[in-house]
Design a protein around this ligand. Structure first.
Ligand code: 5GP
Ligand code: 5GP
Length: 227
């Protein structure tokens, strides 16, 4: 005698529906965003060094931002998972060096990391827990030395002007993927290299070509201020 098994099917269907729903709420890729401290600090708004002192003259991490392929992005996805420094205790000294805060008033970075985790990190919880999120960003920072790449191409943080094209080519030639460059303006109104966006696959493991680019803000010649 053959027996059909409707209870199994009726158990599986809701599970499948839940899986599809949570996939639909997920994200497609990450922007890994680095900031040039000289360009954060020389604007009309100015900056404050972290309590640990002046950061190194290097690109610092701004964030690792989950994004959708259509350019939109999720934010503040889980109010029940606040930033908890005890979960990243082993990473804190590296975070102070590689992910320094420049906002005023001076602080140790906790507010910046809290903001980045709660706004962006909680939206990639399905892939990275809090420790994994900060660790992934630090690993990417170690993997791609944007300052070294630019300097090797003769592009120095010396207050000089460089073509946007030369900045983009130096980085794409070195890493094999096109970066996105965001500019801001110094106090005198000059367009300058502020942030570098690299695209990372949804597992936070490897660089990819950007599926979509953020809006454009650079002139064709941009300044690379000192810090
Ligand atoms: P702004 O308006 O200064 O460019 O961006 C403000 C903040 O919005 C950023 O620091 C970041 O938290 C978020 N943001 C801006 N553009 C994007 C984007 O294209 N993708 C993601 N995931 N976040 C963004
Ligand atoms: P986002 O622009 O990522 O949404 O927000 C950045 C937030 O972190 C702002 O509230 C900003 O004041 C704070 N913040 C603290 N330190 C920094 C820093 O070094 N760079 C940037 N871009 N934001 C910082």
């Amino acid at each position: 005698m053959t027996r059909r098994n409707p209870p199994v099917v009726s158990l599986l269907l809701p599970l499948l529906a839940v899986a599809t729903t949570s996939l639909a709420q997920d994200f497609d890729f990450f922007y890994f965003v680095l900031q040039w401290p000289g360009s954060y600090c020389d604007t009309a708004k100015s900056c404050c060094y972290p309590t640990s002192g002046k950061p190194a003259a290097d690109f610092g991490i701004h964030g690792l931002w989950p994004n959708y392929n259509d350019g939109s992005y999720p934010s503040n996805c889980d109010p029940n998972n606040p930033y908890d420094a005890s979960k990243v205790r082993d990473l804190l000294s590296t975070m102070r060096q590689k992910w320094p805060t420049l906002a005023c008033p001076s602080s140790d970075g906790t507010q910046f990391w809290t903001h980045e985790w709660e706004k962006h990190g909680t939206c990639s919880e399905s892939v990275l827990d809090q420790h994994g999120y900060f660790q992934a960003a630090l690993k990417l920072k170690k993997q791609v030395d944007v300052l070294r790449i630019l300097q090797d191409a003769g592009i120095q943080p010396d207050g000089g002007d460089y073509s946007l094209k030369s900045v983009v080519s130096a980085i794409s030639d070195a890493i094999g993927y096109t970066p996105w460059i965001e500019c801001n303006n110094d106090e005198a109104g000059n367009s300058q290299l502020y942030q570098v966006y690299l695209c990372i696959d949804a597992s936070a493991a490897k660089l990819i070509e950007c599926p979509v680019l953020p809006r454009k803000r650079c002139g064709s010649e941009i300044e690379f201020p000192s810090f």
